[in-house]
Design a protein around this ligand. Structure first.
Ligand SMILES: C[S@@+](CC[C@H](N)C(=O)[O-])C[C@H]1O[C@@H](n2cnc3c(N)ncnc32)[C@H](O)[C@@H]1O
Length: 257
């Protein structure tokens, strides 16, 4: 199967889109020119992207044509999304950022949990993902989701206002992790938290390609030197780590990266 996307040709073989044994569609890896195309569409000049960070190869961006996988019927069973949401202990009135929201699978679930008075900032670098998010929110009659177009290095978050920044299966794709972590840190309200959900690299039974997995050790290796401290973990999800971070108030921003 060939999917044409304006201005660039994205070749997605049907083999890579089919579930083979226990390999889910997440094993779908778009060709690397997709990531380049996403970067080229940026109008704001970006710092050079990293290919690796602290020993980890950064995954290429999941292209929006793969969005149906994010809302697949089996996701609840495979990832126990209800348990993940419960572990977040969301409260009405909170401002939550779904960073790397895709087509809003989680944003739509979170929005009612922070109402009344709360909102979800749904941030993504692909306008097409935000269009899908808007359409899905409209159908679901949800009006407390604010779609925000981020750049590869700046999520365009408000300063000091966000109670929870949630990166579900997204952080491992950030091509500018240091810039993103700085911006997230600045966005947190007092007591605010950053939560990462990443597929467990340590577990060979998690049927996701290695590039799209992260170990707890690697997560800590990257977040601690960027001013975060681990404050909580939930280990009850079938496939993912769920790690909660607070700002490390003793951390000092290095003069250079
Ligand atoms: C694998 S999808 C996960 C989507 C969603 N979190 C979910 O679980 O359904 C990763 C998403 O992160 C987005 N992304 C990658 N780098 C980003 C960045 N620097 N800022 C915001 N979004 C980013 C991609 O465009 C993609 O939509």
């Amino acid at each position: 199967m060939t999917i044409k996307v304006y201005g660039l040709l994205v070749l997605v073989s049907t083999a890579s889109l089919q579930v083979a044994g226990t390999i889910p569609l997440c094993a779908f890896e778009p060709p690397s020119d997709v990531a380049n195309a996403v970067a080229k569409k940026e109008t704001v000049e970006q710092p050079p992207p990293r290919t690796h960070y602290l020993g980890r190869k950064i995954a290429i961006t999941m292209h929006y044509t793969g969005a149906p996988w994010l809302v697949r019927e089996s996701r609840e069973r495979e990832e126990d999304c209800n348990a993940l949401l419960k572990a977040l202990k969301l409260k009405p009135g909170q401002t939550v950022c779904d960073l790397g929201c895709g087509n809003g699978f989680y944003a739509l679930r979170i929005a009612p949990l922070v109402a009344p008075g709360g909102k979800v900032l749904g941030i993504d670098i692909q306008p097409e993902m935000l269009r899908l998010l808007r359409e899905r929110a409209k159908v679901a009659k949800i009006d407390n989701i604010v779609p925000v177009l981020g750049t590869l290095s700046d999520p365009n978050l408000p300063t000091g206002k966000v109670d929870l920044v949630l990166c579900i299966d997204a952080y491992h794709e950030f091509s500018h992790p240091v810039y993103m972590l700085r911006a997230i840190r600045k966005s947190l309200a007092p007591g605010g938290r950053l939560v990462l959900a990443e597929f467990r690299e340590e577990d060979p039974n998690v049927p996701i390609k290695p590039l799209h997995k992260m170990s707890k050790k690697q997560v800590l290796k990257e977040l601690v030197p960027n001013g975060f401290r681990l404050v909580e973990q939930y280990d009850g999800l079938p496939w993912q780590h769920l790690m909660f971070f607070a700002r490390d108030e003793h951390w000092q921003e290095p003069a250079t990266d």
